[in-house]
Design a binder for this molecule. Structure first.
Ligand code: AMP
Length: 351
């Protein structure tokens, strides 16, 4: 168990790190961050922040030397960076990153555990894509295997015309059949150092243009019915990775049961509602898990919870909504406003 006053290192400097560091401070830990130059919004709430490239070995060594334990808030932290941290002092283990950074490896891993992804094919060339479309059909989505997020690195293909218009970059990709779903949901769990697993209630997630817009509870009957098998799969994924911390799996609720979409080896946007809507938030439980503290209760505390992301220019005037009782605004403190950029979120509750 990490002594109070110990130092937790966070790799990555985004809003997830910011909310993680706030939770860490509440539990009496010092949090220090590490990320390359950029709008590192975690920095102002960390005790110290290293702004260095991912391949700066002396800086990584200096950072590691200051940490009692290290975690990450960003799943595209290079595996070599996580592997450069003391092996008994990084949670989750770097192989969770290795698995989740590549859509192909991730899907195969989950399939081997009995999960059911959308039909997919590996695509390394235009010829592969043609074959994939022939086998799986259209509509479908071409996704880069690595570095995609918030709908980036994805192309929807509905007709041969879309295929012709595609400037194929030869970046390793996968082609996925479009799933016809009635709803999307996520399973968010925390696994402790001793292997104990706790789940939060699964929210219904609405995406717009590939970006999460809303997470809401109660999620409805369909998701309630499908969350048990989805949880079982998520537990197996966590066990297989000897996972420590918060892990998220996203699913499509379909007529014949849950279809696995993707996993995130970290706290997740669809779990932000837990800050006000659950006994213990995903951020607090992530810190508890990596620190080896007992896990907190994950029960939902409100009848209804709705979390809305605030993107780009929509941040203007957002505080006007706070007159509504039990509405909570989280400003990520980002300096640059860009279309589609996550600037903050609002959580509204009915108790
Ligand atoms: P992803 O980055 O893969 O999670 O994709 C972002 C969003 O795009 C998902 O949450 C879905 O709303 C949509 N999407 C991605 N893949 C598929 C698919 N195979 N079928 C239907 N919708 C999808």
């Amino acid at each position: 168990m990490l002594e109070r006053g110990s130092t937790i290192g966070i790799l990555g400097g985004g809003q997830l790190g910011r909310m993680m560091a706030v939770a860490g401070a509440r539990l009496g830990y010092r949090c220090i961050g590490y990320a390359p130059a950029g709008d590192n919004v975690a920095a102002p709430v960390c005790d110290d922040f290293f702004i260095n490239a991912w391949d700066d070995k002396p800086a990584l060594a200096a950072f590691a030397a200051k940490c009692d334990v290290v975690t990450w808030e960003f799943e595209n932290v290079p595996v070599a960076v996580a592997a450069a941290m003391p092996p008994d002092g990084i949670f989750p283990l770097p192989r969770a990153l290795e698995t989740a950074q590549d859509r192909l490896i991730e899907k195969r891993f989950v399939e081997n555990l009995g999960g059911r992804p959308a039909p997919y094919a590996k695509v390394d060339s235009r010829a592969d894509l043609d074959m994939a479309i022939e086998r799986i059909g259209m509509p479908g989505i071409l996704k880069t295997r690595r570095d995609g997020y918030d709908g980036k690195g994805q192309w929807r293909l509905s007709s041969q015309r879309d295929v012709e218009a595609l400037t194929f970059s030869d970046r390793p990709a996968i082609y996925e059949g479009l799933v016809s779903f009635s709803a999307e949901f996520s399973v968010i769990l925390v696994r402790g150092r001793d292997g104990e697993v706790r789940f939060w209630e699964s929210p219904r997630n609405l995406h717009e243009h590939g970006i999460l817009a809303t997470s809401a509870l109660p999620a409805g009957e369909v998701i309630k019915e499908q969350s048990d098998p989805a949880r079982e799969l998520a537990r197996q994924v966590a066990d297989a990775l000897s996972y420590v911390g918060v892990l998220t799996l996203e699913f499509f609720a379909c007529d014949d049961g849950p279809v696995f979409n993707e996993m995130a080896p970290r706290v997740h946007n669809s779990g932000h509602w837990t800050i006000e809507g659950a006994v213990t938030s995903q951020f607090e439980n992530h810190i508890r898990a990596v620190a080896g503290l007992p896990l907190g209760n994950t029960r939902t505390t409100a009848k209804k919870v709705v979390m809305n992301n605030v993107l780009g220019k929509d941040i203007k005037g957002v505080t006007e909504h706070l007159g509504v009782s039990d509405a909570h605004w989280h400003d990520y403190g980002k300096k640059q406003t860009r279309a589609g950029r996550k600037m903050g979120h609002v959580t509204r509750l009915i108790r």
